[in-house]
Design a protein around this ligand. Structure first.
Ligand code: SF4
Length: 392
C-alpha cells in the first residue's frame, strides 16, 4: 500500500457505448461498432493498473459504479477483464456496493448471471418512462414491458437492490401519463428512484431543438417549465407517501437504500474515475480534481502508449473547497451546517438571503433547500460561490 495516495475511495467506471443515441442525452456516449469494445476494456484495465501505480495501489474500494453509456453492452470477457484488473490492484471493502447502470433490453439471462457472479449487487435501470409513446419519441429502444421484465429477471438472478431512473418532461408527457409512470414505478417496489427534470440546453439534440423551435425530435411536444416543475413535485409527494424518501435533489430511497457511491460525491469523499470522460477527486496528499478526455481516440491513444490519459490536476484552494462544501452539500436534503467562519462571508450572505426568501430552510441545526428551493437549485447554489457562475 502506498503512503502517498488515498487509501479508501469509490471507483467510477465509464462505458461510453450505447445502442442508439437518445435525443435528450448530453453525455459523452455514442453508438460505436461492437468491434471496438474489446480494446476499450483492455485499455480501461490498463488505466486501472497505471492509476494504482500512481499512488493508489492496494487502496480499498468502498463502492464501484459502472456508468455511461450502457455498461451492460460489454461482452462478458471485457467485463471480466476489468474486474480482474480491479482485483489485481485494489482491495474490496466488505459489503462493497457494486452498481451497474443498465438500459432495459440489454440484460439477457447470461449477462445478468455474469453480473451477479462478478459481485454486482445493485442495478440502476434507465427506464425514464413507462409510456411507450414517450420512449419512442426520444429514441429509447425499450418499451415499458421490457423494463418490467428486466426488473423481475434481475431479482430472480439475485440482484434485489434496484434503482429506476425517470425523466419529468419527456415529449408527449401528460399529467395522466406521468401519473401512470409513477404508478408503475411504485408497483415495482424498488429500493431507489431517481427523478430528473428534462434539461433543455445545447448539449443534446432535443434540448438544442427546443431552443431553436425545431420539429425533428418532437421539441414541440416537450411540456413547458411549469408542467415539468409540477411533475417533479408530484413525484416528490407520491414517492414520499410510499416511504421512498427524498435524500438529494434527484434521488429518493427507502431507508438504507440510498446510493452510497453517489453520496460520496456530495460528501466530497475521494473517488477514482476510469474510462472516457471520467472525472476523479482525490484528497491525499492534497485535494485535487482531474478528468479524462471526452473523445474516444483522445482517451485511448495515451493508454496505447502506456500513459494515463487524464488532464493535469486542478489543486483545490481553500476557497474552492469551501465553495464545494456548500455547492455539493446543499444538494442533500440533510443540508449543511450554517456558515459561520470568518472566511465564509459569501456563504453567510447567501444563506441569510435565501432563508429570508424561503428557498432555504433551517434543518438539523443547519440549512437545507426548501421544496421551492429545490426547483431553483442551480440559482440558489450558485450564490454560494465566491466566483460567480455564468448561468443561462
Ligand atoms: S442510453 Fe443513456 S447514455 Fe446512452 S444515449 Fe441514452 S441517455 Fe445517453
Amino acid at each position: 500500500m502506498t503512503a502517498a495516495g488515498d487509501t479508501a475511495l469509490g471507483l467510477y467506471l465509464a462505458v461510453p457505448f450505447c445502442r442508439s443515441k437518445c435525443t435528450y442525452c448530453n453525455f459523452a456516449s455514442q453508438v460505436f461498432a461492437p468491434a471496438r469494445y474489446a480494446e476499450y476494456c483492455e485499455l480501461l484495465a490498463r488505466e486501472l493498473a497505471l492509476a494504482a501505480a500512481d499512488g493508489l495501489a492496494g487502496a480499498t474500494l468502498t463502492s464501484i459504479y459502472w456508468g455511461g453509456g450502457t455498461p451492460t453492452l460489454l461482452p462478458a470477457a471485457g467485463f471480466a477483464r476489468i474486474l480482474q484488473a480491479i482485483g489485481d490492484h485494489f482491495t474490496l471493502a466488505p459489503g462493497l456496493e457494486h452498481t451497474v447502470e443498465a438500459a432495459p433490453g440489454t440484460l439477457p439471462p447470461e449477462r445478468l448471471d455474469a453480473l451477479a457472479a462478478g459481485g454486482v449487487n445493485r442495478l440502476s435501470l434507465g427506464v425514464q418512462s413507462f409510456a411507450d409513446a414517450e420512449l419512442r419519441a426520444v429514441v429509447r429502444l425499450h418499451r415499458a414491458a421490457t423494463a418490467r421484465d428486466d426488473l423481475a429477471r434481475a431479482r430472480a438472478a439475485g440482484i434485489a437492490n434496484l434503482n429506476l431512473d425517470l425523466i419529468a418532461g419527456l415529449p408527449h408527457q401528460t399529467e395522466s401519463s406521468w401519473q401512470a409512470t409513477l404508478d408503475a414505478a411504485l408497483e415495482a417496489e424498488v429500493a431507489h428512484v431517481s427523478v430528473y427534470m428534462l434539461e433543455v440546453d445545447d448539449d443534446s439534440r432535443l434540448g438544442a431543438e427546443v431552443l431553436a423551435s425545431g420539429s425533428r425530435y418532437h421539441a414541440a411536444a416537450v411540456p413547458g417549465d411549469d408542467f415539468i416543475a409540477a411533475a417533479y413535485e408530484l413525484a416528490c409527494e407520491r414517492l414520499e407517501a410510499a416511504g421512498i424518501r427524498q435524500y438529494e435533489i434527484s434521488n429518493f430511497a427507502r431507508p438504507g437504500g440510498e446510493s452510497r457511491h453517489n453520496l460520496g460525491y456530495w460528501l466530497r469523499r475521494p473517488y477514482l474515475g476510469a474510462g472516457l470522460d471520467a472525472h476523479s477527486f482525490l484528497t491525499a496528499p492534497r485535494p485535487r480534481r482531474f478528468a479524462n478526455p471526452d473523445t474516444l481516440e483522445a482517451y485511448l491513444a495515451p493508454l496505447r502508449a502506456g500513459r494515463l490519459p487524464r488532464s493535469a490536476p486542478t489543486w483545490l484552494t481553500p476557497q474552492a473547497e469551501r465553495e464545494e462544501r456548500y455547492f455539493l452539500g446543499l444538494r442533500r436534503n440533510a443540508g449543511v451546517g450554517m456558515p459561520h467562519e470568518p472566511d465564509e462571508a459569501t456563504q453567510a450572505a447567501a444563506a441569510a438571503q435565501h432563508l429570508a426568501d424561503g428557498l432555504l430552510e433551517r434543518r438539523h441545526g443547519g440549512i437545507a433547500l426548501s421544496a421551492q428551493g429545490r426547483l431553483l437549485a442551480n440559482r440558489v447554489l450558485a450564490d454560494f460561490l465566491e466566483t460567480p457562475l455564468a448561468l443561462s
